[in-house]
Design a protein around this ligand. Sequence first.
Ligand code: OTD
Ligand code: ZN
Ligand code: ZN
Length: 344
Amino acid sequence: MTETLTIRRPDDWHLHLRDGDMLRAVLPATAAHFARAIIMPNLVPPVVTFAQARAYHARILDALPQDADFTPLMTLYLTEDTDPDDVAAAAESGLVHAVKLYPAGATTNSASGVQNFDSIRAVLERMAEIGLPLCVHGEVTEAEIDIFDREAVFIDRVLDPIRRATPGLRVVMEHITTRNAVDYARAQDGTLAATITTHHLVINRNHILAGGIKPHYYCLPVAKREEHRLALRAAATSGEPRFFLGTDSAPHTDANKLLPCGCAGCFTALNTMSILAQVFEDDGALDKLEGFTSLHGPAFYRLPVNGDDITLEKTAPTLPAQIETAEGPVTVFDPGFDLKWRVV
Ligand code: OTD
Ligand code: ZN
Ligand code: ZN
């Protein structure tokens, strides 16, 4: 008999859907498995105001396949000009579930991010008051800081001071990539959680750089040493509620990935559940998969868990290596091992 695993339907607590043709091409993959996703606001121009988030929300619903059951949870891109009243109105509406902090220049389309952290104090205080989470891309951007150290330095120089200055602010450390971030998250109270991507559980920096450069494995924050990947694996499979899934699935066309200055991002929406089932099984933690994908996230975001289930069965999935989009093909993240689990 084929082995099966039934879990509450998962959510993705960090997702890039883009807009227009790309949105239409990638949204079905997420909606097929996930009930909800926290939608990143790094469009060009970014989704800064409540009005922009409402309009983007409508475009996502419009792009959904007809039979899909999917709820986009919107975010606002924090700038130095963000108006606390607009944030409060957005949260009140039930459409917007977090505000996103990008240090200026830290990742794709983050040029309008924050440079002077003092100028966002009033917004953060308002968010602490109303309980709206701050999602953080945790990397410093100073040229002199080594790219492999940028997360650890951010925790000391930016994140910890923000948290001390704004007691009660609820924070999600997004796509953590280091043992330092795991340790920091574990040392905090329930106001802090951390998301972990699929790809950072699978690759370390050798996968990007050893034996020839692999642009499809290049993402931000960049994958670190093996010891850090192992710390992330241990955190994800631990069953601790502070850790949950945010795929950071970030589609770019192959043409844009394979440039001399290629874009950062791994497209994992299509095979994340297959990869995660295998990761958790390999680590003897299949019983912890549901917490990571389906229970811990809603608890932190103060939302009900999904009412329906998905079932995985131990049969090799047939998944394409690329998906076609009107802008060109997008390569699906290759975990480097054969997948054994598929969503039925
Ligand atoms: N990282 N690519 C992108 C965003 C993320 O830091 C991120 O959230 C993207 O393409 O939007 C990436 O590598
Ligand atoms: Zn990020
Ligand atoms: Zn992202």
